[in-house]
Design a binder for this molecule. Structure first.
Ligand code: AMP
Length: 225
């Protein structure tokens, strides 16, 4: 058994990949298929902001600029959502960890409960495709479903097909913030590929293609029929 194999049979998964790789879109489907909660650190921050909590206020400037929110805030916020008994049957992380400190903190917190990450999947997409995707992206304020102005527009302009919520462009999908976020990914998050490779728990999936097609690749990587 590898050092990262599940000891309890639950799926404790990470979706890794640059901003715009489609982690959020795929995570929604995968979490449903695997019956685990989808925990997206960016969505948690945005929820705090909608609620006007102190944590949301602290995170806002970093997010608007496309910078990482400080680790102590982020790690506590995510761990609170995934440690048992809350996520007893596992979880699917999206957007966390984003640097080595976060990855090590996550491993330590799980190891303290006799648990480990079971699989990390890297979704790979070329940079020019990421910029195109992010600059045309619209997101539902209520359910976070993403759309694209040209490739996947909603049926009614600015209205979410799923829940009727209002669609908006995220402030960090502005050109300057997109550049920063991609740079931050390359500097801070990319080293995690090597980190998870070392324990043989990383699979790489091509993130270019139709949404359903990419979902099949992910399910294959997770060995789910
Ligand atoms: P996302 O929705 O994953 O693109 O995240 C939006 C923004 O939230 C990021 O650009 C960061 O400012 C912040 N954020 C999300 N996850 C993390 C994380 N794991 N560590 C630090 N900042 C984060």
């Amino acid at each position: 058994m590898s050092s990262r194999q599940s000891v309890s049979g639950a799926n404790r998964l990470i979706l890794l990949g640059p901003p715009g790789a489609g982690k959020g879109t795929q995570a929604k489907t995968l979490a449903g298929r695997l019956d685990v909660p989808h925990v997206a650190s960016g969505d948690l921050f945005r929820h705090h902001q909608q609620q006007g909590t102190p944590l949301g206020v602290k995170a806002l400037d970093y997010m608007t600029q496309g910078m990482l929110v400080p680790d102590e805030i982020t790690i506590a916020m995510v761990l609170e959502r995934i440690l048992p008994p809350l996520a007893q049957n596992g979880f699917l992380l999206d957007g966390f960890p984003r640097n080595l400190i976060q990855a090590e903190s996550l491993d330590q917190a799980l190891a303290g409960r006799g648990l480990a990450i079971t699989k990390t999947i890297l979704i790979k997409v070329p940079v020019d495709e990421l910029v195109t995707r992010l600059s045309g992206r619209l997101v539902c304020r209520q359910c976070q479903t993403p759309y694209h102005r040209e490739t996947t527009p909603p049926k009614t302009p600015d209205v979410c097909d799923s829940c009727g919520g209002e669609l908006y462009q995220r402030q960090d999908d502005a050109p300057e913030a997109i550049r920063t976020r991609i740079q931050v990914y390359e500097d801070e998050t990319q080293p995690l590929v090597e980190y998870y490779h070392r324990d043989n728990c990383l699979a790489e999936v091509d993130g270019v293609g139709e949404v359903d097609e990419i979902c099949c690749r992910l399910l294959q990587a997770l060995q789910v029929e």
